[in-house]
Every structure is written in structure tokens, then in C-alpha cells.
Design a protein around this ligand. Structure first.
Ligand SMILES: *[C@@H]1O[C@H](CO)[C@@H](O)[C@H](O)[C@H]1NC(C)=O
Ligand SMILES: *[C@@H]1O[C@H](CO)[C@@H](O)[C@H](O)[C@H]1NC(C)=O
Length: 531
């Protein structure tokens, strides 16, 4: 008795308001799309869809990506109803919906029209636009490109909601033209601080597809472990945490294929010259031997040893073959200068070559690496330090903003006519209390001073999942639904800022992801989800 009284007093003093209504705080939308389409007109007329009789009908070109997607979405539609139906016990109520005047009848198929030839690999300039029309028991999804069709199929599946008696799916007549605002909509996953299994990476890719994200930025190695199984230098996995925590070439090909089927590019990052401690497990000669008070320790890659370039270049020859994307992320962040400073050979080299600062030494390294990568017809992305340290970058090198005053940085970078990516406001390891997706939602990549040309240079952005304190057990719920906020900022138009509207759609969307076996956490507040 005493305990209960104490508890009550606490809850009264701690809660901001203790008068609450019964039931979920946020009422989920029904059949709303996340991220919000560019234009959508939706009517009150609705159709019924019976999964057992429903088919996709291809009326244009087709290919493996499309066939695979149609199977996936068919399964999603069938599973949606089955799971809901299994939950609902008393179906004697709520079956009056068919007598409503807005009920227009059964929708038994969707025409899927790929108007041009199917492309094979998702790429930076892919066309993701599509048209989706549903009227009077007729539905079509059309696009010039397979990538647009994938996005359209996702939207179609999201328009479905279950009838009040949970016996059928319903879908309103609607008219959508949709395309993304930014072409690079990514998620960084760090698989070095903790190893993430292939099964979980696939779950993450599924979640990305449900949010129309299109770049899986694979931060595959770092200081703490080296799980990448190189063809040329298999000994590098001596730097893995454990022999079971290695991505074989087969695993990597599997992920690239899984992503390709979903219109997602896989962009690798092999961060150098810093963040390379694990490389030293097999190749200590690459790293700077620190002197002075750091004697016995290793620092960043030693840029003064010519044979180090032979090794790194040869590894990058392999990387650009293994990962087919035209971008490779070269890292370049957080290079600690204290070890270079403490190494007499490096100081001598600098004197000989008239290099007066460590920034110039870093520039020497990064420029060589960028030139190398460009000679392989691959474009590079670097973290912002490379730019702010004043390294001269070839035209087209993308600068990735991750910290500091993002408005200033984006202004400066784009004024210098360099393309940019934004991540600074989308660090998933930065947790706040409650439904903290709102802080991600309030960040817009165009929120900086600059002209139209400068805005165009912002290619998009990425949410970043650094993995110091996540592993297979909790990474998915750390990512979803918080990354959905980033996904909507990158897809939808700039005027989509209404938090209350977003809350209702996100409540539905999180539940939709749960139903599709994505372990998303509740987004905002007390409520429930039928999964
Ligand atoms: C869909 O149609 C139903 C039934 O007429 C209506 O109540 C609902 O508001 C419509 N949904 C949207 C998003 O307009
Ligand atoms: C070293 O650089 C300084 C400043 O750029 C220049 O004045 C000097 O002539 C250079 N010395 C040599 C040996 O290149």
C-alpha cells in the first residue's frame, strides 16, 4: 500500500500533464504513404482488394528486377491481410462498409507498365519518377524506368489498409505523380565497431526500400575491426574481431544483388589514412610508428613510405571491381596528427619535401588516392575535414558534411562549386528522450543561404548508424523509424514540414514495417500496432 502511494506521488510530480485519455495518443493514418508523394489527389471512393484473387499484370517491358519485385509485393499484400485477420477475434461488428455509397467495387489487378528498357544497376542519375492511378476498379503504375516502378509498387502497397471487419483490404481511388527531391538518399551502416550479420543487413535493406532510400553506404572497416575478405590480401581479416565475423566475397555479392533488386546502390567506404588501426593486424608496415611518449603505438597510414601507395592502390583496384558503384567513399576524417608529429622519419621527409604542415602531408596522401581512384573512372566522396583542411580537390569530388555548423559549411562548399552530402543532423547514435525522430525531421538540406545553383549541388544526404553501441540485437530499432524522418526529408518536397500529419503517417508506417518483419520501435507515444 505504502509503495503504491509513493509511486502515485511520483507520477503526479514527474508527468507534465496527468489528465490523459484512454487509447493511443497518436491516431494512425490509413493508407497514407511515407515518404509523402510529390503530388497526390485522393478520393473518398474506395475499392476492395481480395489478396487471393489479386494479380499484377505487366503490360510493358519486364526483367528480373521487376518479376522479383512483383513477387515480393504480392507476398506483402497477402501477408498484410493474413496477419491482421489472425488478430481479429470478433468479426460480427463493422461489416457495414460495403453498403457505403463511396464503395466502388473490387480491384482485382494492377497494370504495371515499364515504358522503356530495364536498366541493370541502380545508379546516381536513375529516374525514380512514376505515375500511379486508381479509379473505378482500374489501377496502373507507370514509369520510364524500373527504379520508378519499384517506388510506385511500394506506394501502391502502402495505400492498402484493412477493412473494419479485417476481411479484406481497401484502397481509395487516387492519382499520384511522384519523384524524389534529392537523388542521393542514403543510410550509412558501420560494420566495424560491431559486426552486423548478413541477415540483419538484409532486414535493413528491406527497411530502406520501404522508405525509398537508395544508397547503402557500407562503412565496412575501421580502427576496431577489418571484416572485409579481400581477394588479393586475405590476410587483412586478421584484423577482424573473430573468424566468424568476416564478409566473404560471396556475402558482399549477395548484399549487392539484394540491394540491386530494391533499387539501392551499395557504396563502400574504406576510410584512410586515419581509422586504420585494424589494417595493422596484418600489415603494420602501413601504419606510422609513433615515437616520443607514444612509442609502441601505431598511428594513421604513413604517407611518406612509397610502397604503402602500391599496397593501397592495389587494394583500391580490387575495391572498385568488387563494388560496382561509380562512387567510392574515401573517408579522410579525424586524422590524428600527434603520431606523425612524433615520428622522426616523417619530420625528415617533410623537411626534405618542403612540407610545412601536417595538413599538407595529409593533402599529399589524399590527392594521390583521389587521383588513383579517378584514373579508375570512379568518383570520390570525402568527409568534410579533407575540404576544411584546404586539400585541393578535383572537380566533382563530393564533400560529406558530418559535424559543426552545417549551414555555413553547405554554403561554403557549394559556393566553391563542390557537390555536397548532408549527415550532420542525422546521426542515429545521438539519442534523445521520447520520439526523437522529430529533431531529424526538422532538418532540411536546403536550409542554408545560397542561390539555386548552390542548392542543386546538394546531392542529398544520409542517416548514419555508427555502431559503437549497436549490434544485431538492437541496430534495426535504432535505425527505424528514426531514419524514416531522414527519408521523407530527402524524398518529399521542401514544404512537407507538418509534424502532426507526419506523426499520424509515421504511426501507420512503423506498424507497416513491423508487419513486414522490420523490427522498428514505436515512433512517438503510447499506442498499439496489430502485427
Ligand atoms: C478513403 O475513403 C474513405 C471512405 O470513403 C474515407 O473515409 C477516407 O477519408 C479516405 N481516405 C483518405 C486518405 O482520403
Ligand atoms: C619551400 O617553400 C617556401 C614557401 O613556399 C619557399 O619560399 C622556398 O623557396 C621553398 N624551398 C625549397 C627548397 O623548395
Amino acid at each position: 500500500m505504502h509503495k503504491i502511494l509513493i509511486f502515485l506521488t511520483f507520477s503526479v510530480t514527474l508527468a507534465t500533464s496527468y489528465i490523459v485519455d484512454y487509447g493511443p495518443v497518436v491516431k494512425a493514418s490509413q493508407g497514407a504513404i511515407w515518404p509523402k508523394p510529390k503530388t497526390q489527389v485522393i478520393s473518398n471512393n474506395f475499392n476492395m482488394l481480395r489478396p487471393s484473387e489479386f494479380t499484377f499484370e505487366t503490360v510493358g517491358n519486364s526483367c528480373d528486377i521487376l518479376q522479383n519485385a512483383l513477387e515480393r509485393y504480392h507476398t506483402i499484400i497477402v501477408t498484410h491481410l493474413r496477419r491482421i485477420r489472425n488478430r481479429v477475434k470478433n468479426d460480427h461488428e463493422n461489416n457495414k462498409w460495403r453498403s457505403k455509397p463511396e464503395y466502388s467495387g473490387r480491384l482485382t489487378s494492377v497494370k504495371v507498365n515499364l515504358k522503356q528498357k530495364c536498366e541493370k544497376m541502380p545508379h546516381v542519375d536513375m529516374d525514380e519518377s512514376y505515375d500511379l492511378n486508381i479509379a473505378e476498379q482500374q489501377a496502373t503504375i507507370e514509369s520510364n524506368s524500373i527504379w520508378g516502378l519499384l517506388r510506385g509498387l511500394e506506394s501502391f502497397s502502402q495505400l492498402l489498409y484493412h477493412s473494419p471487419d479485417a476481411k479484406f483490404l481497401l484502397i481509395n481511388d487516387t492519382n499520384i505523380y511522384d519523384e524524389p527531391r534529392f537523388k542521393h538518399r542514403g543510410l550509412l551502416v558501420d560494420t566495424s565497431r560491431h559486426f552486423i550479420s548478413i541477415a540483419i543487413l538484409k532486414e535493413i535493406l528491406d527497411g530502406m526500400a520501404y522508405n525509398k532510400l537508395n544508397v547503402f553506404h557500407w562503412h565496412i572497416v575501421d580502427d576496431h575491426s577489418f571484416p572485409y575478405q579481400s581477394i588479393k590480401y586475405p590476410e587483412l581479416t586478421r584484423g577482424a574481431y573473430h573468424e566468424s565475423m568476416i564478409y566473404s566475397q560471396q556475402d558482399i555479392a549477395d548484399i549487392i544483388e539484394y540491394a540491386r533488386m530494391r533499387g539501392i546502390r551499395v557504396m563502400s567506404e574504406f576510410d584512410t589514412p586515419g581509422h586504420t588501426a585494424s589494417w595493422g593486424a596484418s600489415h603494420p608496415e602501413l601504419l606510422t610508428k609513433c615515437g616520443g611518449i607514444f612509442t609502441g603505438k601505431y598511428g594513421p597510414i604513413d604517407p611518406t613510405i612509397e610502397s604503402n601507395y602500391d599496397f593501397i592502390f592495389s587494394l583500391f583496384d580490387e575495391i572498385v571491381e568488387v563494388f560496382p558503384d561509380v562512387y567510392v567513399h574515401l573517408g579522410g576524417d579525424e586524422v590524428g596528427f600527434e603520431c606523425w608529429q612524433s615520428n622522426q622519419n616523417i619530420l625528415n621527409f617533410m623537411k626534405q619535401h618542403n612540407i610545412t604542415s601536417f595538413v599538407q602531408l595529409e593533402e599529399l596522401y589524399i590527392q594521390k588516392l583521389i587521383d588513383k581512384v579517378h584514373s579508375l573512372n570512379v568518383n570520390s566522396i570525402v568527409w568534410q575535414e579533407v575540404y576544411t583542411n584546404g586539400v585541393k580537390l578535383p572537380k566533382g569530388t563530393v564533400v560529406h558534411v558530418w559535424t559543426g555548423n552545417q549551414r555555413n559549411l553547405l554554403s561554403r562548399i557549394t559556393r566553391d562549386n563542390m557537390p555536397a552530402l548532408l549527415s550532420a543532423c542525422w546521426y542515429l547514435d545521438h539519442l534523445s528522450t521520447g520520439g526523437d525522430w522529430v529533431k531529424f525531421y526538422n532538418c532540411d538540406p536546403w536550409d542554408f543561404s545560397g542561390n539555386d545553383n548552390q542548392k542543386k549541388l546538394v546531392l542529398g544526404g544520409e542517416a548514419c548508424m555508427w555502431s559503437e553501441v549497436v549490434d544485431d540485437a538492437n541496430i534495426v530499432q535504432r535505425i527505424f523509424p528514426r531514419t524514416c524522418a531522414t527519408a521523407e526529408k530527402l524524398w518529399s518536397t521542401e514544404d512537407v514540414t507538418d509534424i502532426e500529419d507526419a506523426k499520424q503517417r509515421l504511426e501507420e508506417h512503423y506498424c507497416r514495417m513491423r508487419r513486414r518483419n522490420i523490427n522498428a520501435q514505436p515512433p512517438s507515444s503510447p499506442g498499439f500496432c496489430l502485427v
